[in-house]
Design a protein around this ligand. Structure first.
Ligand code: IFM
Length: 443
């Protein structure tokens, strides 16, 4: 099954393979060891916000099962693990440090070190402490400074033991799902709020970078951004698709070039936040790596007058369980386009994967669609490297099935199946495929 990878750039043992997860999606133990509530605890409790009102209270109980999970990662032949650190476990509502939270991540990091796994830690994967949301959350500029204080605590404690620090995961989702379409916590639906949140998130990122450099000088520092490239549904939708695509650059352009994409900025000028002197310079801090998350593409058609647009759903295309089109060519084009547009640092694919309606049959999970998804997307990564894009690693999303935000536990993204009743983990065919491929690289 992995024949095509045999001569690929991905066979180079220096190319990093890993799996990714995030705190709220796997840890559970939300009331243990003085963790503070997060905006996702609050959001999950709102009727209608999350599928069947699922929540992260137990999730995969990784808080208690982390040692087994680390053993599992190593047993799959993976070289790296991307986890996220939960801000609500680290800083209490009065600003004091929760040592028990630091101790938990210390245990996880020690377990990873024992297995010689490269560690990438995301410092914010959407679980904002609720006490900060009570003060305005990402609509409050002060949250960016609070974030910098939290980053100081984590990075001075763990320093270079964490190989890669990612400041934020997918700030696009935090801003636009959190504050524009309301699909994510805190569930606000307002353009002005979304752009303000995006600016404060970027500021938080920019403030964090020099702190990380000071406290972890040998580690690499960067950010993880999601990209869903826009494709025109027809000839006449080309301009509007280009406009829609500018959203893909809403975060990367200010980080790489110190300015927002002009067309979107001008279109929404009436709801743009005040940009204080010096902000864009802070945001433009040099990064050592870019994390790219990609799952699918968006097919865009005009919706009334330019630049209004809508996403259309093509029939006759393959989709995953969550409804996203399978479009591996999009990942290749995304990577080569980004490479042409910006002076980028090395890229890591920090998330890529498929939701499948997995079934356990005779104790096994044959996730054929996910296997194909991975193979075709890895082939795109290989081709991008051949075209000169500096890609150093790939993290599958996700290690195991977990809490999929507004979709609750309905959507399974893991290469390992989780039986939520027993917390039993069953490596799926895709996990066994990765293991076989990774073992073959060692020979
Ligand atoms: O589960 C999420 C993850 O938390 C962020 N990126 C997309 C994944 C799949 O939706």
């Amino acid at each position: 099954m992995y024949k095509f990878l045999k001569d690929s750039k991905l066979c180079d043992p220096k190319f990093l393979f890993g799996v990714a997860t995030a705190s709220y999606q796997i840890e559970g133990a939300t009331s243990v060891d003085e963790r503070c509530p997060s905006i996702w605890d609050t959001f999950c409790a709102k009727p209608g916000a999350v599928y069947k009102q699922h929540n992260g209270d137990v999730a995969c109980d990784h808080y208690h099962l982390y040692q087994d999970d680390v053993n599992l990662i190593a047993s799959l032949g993976m070289g790296a693990y991307r986890l996220s650190i939960a801000w609500p476990r680290i800083i209490k509502f009065d600003g004091s440090i929760n040592q028990k939270g630091l101790d938990f991540y210390d245990r996880v990091i020690s377990a990873l070190e024992e297995k010689n796994l490269t560690i990438m830690a995301t410092l914010y994967h959407w679980d904002l402490p609720q006490y900060l949301d009570d003060e305005g959350g990402w609509l409050n500029r002060e949250t960016a400074y609070k974030y910098a204080e939290y980053v100081e605590v984590v990075s001075s404690y763990f320093g270079d033991r964490i190989d890669f620090y990612a400041t934020l995961n997918e700030p696009w989702c935090s801003a636009f799902h959190g504050y524009r379409d309301g699909k994510h916590a805190p569930g606000i639906t307002d353009d002005r709020s979304a752009f303000l949140a995006s600016h404060n998130l970027l500021l938080a990122h920019g403030l964090a970078v020099p702190i990380l450099r000071k406290n972890a000088p040998s580690s690499k520092h960067g950010i993880v951004l999601n990209f869903t490239p826009a494709y025109p549904a027809n000839e006449s939708a080309k301009d509007v698709a280009d406009f829609a695509d500018e959203y893909n650059h809403w975060f990367i352009k200010p980080i790489m070039e110190g300015e927002y994409p002009e067309s979107v900025y001008q279109h929404y000028i009436d709801v743009m936040p005040t940009i204080e002197d010096g902000d864009m310079g802070i945001i433009n801090a040099k990064i050592d790596f870019l994390g790219v998350n990609n799952y699918s593409r968006g097919v865009i058609d005009q919706d009334g007058q330019y630049p209004n647009y809508k996403e259309v759903h093509l029939s006759d295309v393959e989709r995953t369980h969550i409804g996203w089109e399978v479009y591996p060519e999009g990942l290749l084009k995304l990577l080569t386009d980004l490479n042409q547009t910006y002076q980028l640092p090395p890229i890591y694919i920090t998330e890529n994967g498929a939701a499948v309606d997995d079934q356990v049959v005779d104790g096994a999970v044959e996730d054929e669609q996910r296997c194909r998804y991975y193979q075709n997307h890895l082939s795109s990564v290989d081709q991008a490297i051949r075209k000169g894009v500096d890609i150093r690693g790939y993290f599958a999303w996700s290690l195991m099935d977990n809490f999929e935000w507004a979709e609750g536990y309905k959507m399974r993204f893991g290469i390992v199946y989780v039986d939520y009743k027993t917390q039993k983990r069953i490596p799926k065919r895709s996990a066994l495929w990765f293991k076989e491929f990774l073992d073959s690289r060692q020979q």
